[in-house]
Design a protein around this ligand. Sequence first.
Ligand code: NAP
Length: 315
Amino acid sequence: MSDVYTLTDLRQWQAQPPAWAANERPILAVFGDPVAHSLSPQMMNPALEALEIPGRYIRLHIREDDFPEAIRLLPKLGFVGTNVTIPHKFNALRNVDEVDALAEKLGAVNTVVVEEDGHLLGFNSDGPGFLRCLREAFQVDAKDLRILILGAGGGAGRAVAIQCALEKCERLVLVNRTMEKVQTLAEELRPHFQDDHLLGPVERLEVCPWEAESLAHQLDHTDLIINGTSLGMKRSDPDLLPNGLLQPHHLVVDMVYKPARTKLLAAAEAAGARAINGLPMLLHQGIISLETWFNRPAPIDVMRSALQEAAGARG
Ligand code: NAP
């Protein structure tokens, strides 16, 4: 596992640049708090080696208040870019010089490019990464699906919900512990569902309370269930769905990837449904980030096997 660095390290590197060997110089990072659990370095460093790009991808443990200073140090230290994860995706949107149109629509930045003149450009690879993972795992497109998102008010769930609305999916149901968050989101997304599409027996865009009867009704009209909450990471977490609601026709994407076989995955398999964890989404957003930084194809097979090995090693 590679080391975790902090703002103090970045300041020191600026005051007195270390004599890095070419392959050791940090050129990419993931900003997070916490960040030690991130599997991105294990996926990105083998990719840099395969592309023969000298430099390393590191973890940066950055507190929310320190984000503006830390991100502005990257050009001075010769970084090519960075990923940003919890809790910085909204902060990144406000602290870069220019935001790409899709990231603006998704309301979050998870990939920052440092331009040669030091300008910072913000992108989002979570939404497109999700679409690619859906195609790869189930050979389906979001536009053809009736989709229910648990945790649609969180950073990742919200980005995926907006991406699905931009794809004009058949149907979108937003579920969240804090309902107000998804009520506001539904109002923002409503225009995407007001076209001449034939109306079915249920509304195309709905907010659903997190309770058994409402979920049971919605799941009868759902093809794809997405878990965008952080529930599932701990063995002690409660079940996401009441017993008996999962059906064999359901497709399930659990964005959680640690543990590899979450409770939701186990429940889906027991119900005869097809399900994947969050690892393929992590892979595809990483591929898109790498291609954004270097403008050339990423070594997909190298990244996939490095990620699988790292996830397996974690258990
Ligand atoms: P976040 O912004 O903190 O959102 C957390 C979400 O979980 C919110 O919807 C929150 O509901 C909900 N939640 C938390 N505790 C809950 C509980 N006890 N009961 C019900 N709902 C609860 O986090 P995030 O960045 O969106 O990340 C969410 C998950 O997705 C994490 O597990 C993360 O690792 C994963 N993720 C995976 C990928 C990937 O590539 N596979 C990418 C991004 C994120 P409230 O709104 O009510 O607080």
